[in-house]
Design a protein. Structure first.
Length: 135
């Protein structure tokens, strides 16, 4: 399995570039979104940058099963990974409606984005540290 991963990495380095670029763009966008109290346009710009990073991450995630799973399991693994990516995005959207209401102050909204960003950036950093050689 390790030889298979190494051969795949040598032939397809774009997967690692896409994943790292996607994670960097998502972290950058999340950080910019925290400036929502300065001006609302920062939120829009940060969200746009996050969406570009999400596209790179989705592209890389579609290639992971080729390395980690047997050939008969690849289709199911790809389907599950892409489902989880979009389902987590949907859950994140609905969670924000639980914590942010019409009566929320600007400070509460900003704190929600700071906490959300810190959690997601921590996951991206851990991923970059522990999986720098292989996805």
């Amino acid at each position: 399995l390790c030889d298979r991963r190494q051969r795949h990495q040598d032939r397809h380095p774009s997967m690692w570039v896409f994943l790292n670029l996607g994670q960097f763009l998502m972290c950058l966008g999340l950080t910019i979104r925290c400036l929502i109290n300065t001006h609302f346009s920062f939120f829009l710009i940060g969200t746009f940058i996050c969406s570009i990073g999400f596209c790179f991450t989705t592209s890389a995630a579609n290639k992971f099963p080729n390395i980690w799973f047997l050939e008969k399991e690849i289709f199911a693994a790809k389907s599950l990974i892409l489902f989880v990516l979009f389902a987590s995005d949907t859950v994140g959207f609905y969670i924000s409606t639980v914590f942010i209401t019409k009566s929320s102050t600007k400070h509460e909204v900003q704190m929600f984005f700071v906490i959300q960003s810190a959690i997601l950036i921590a996951f991206h950093i851990l991923n970059a540290i522990f999986f720098k050689d292989l996805p």
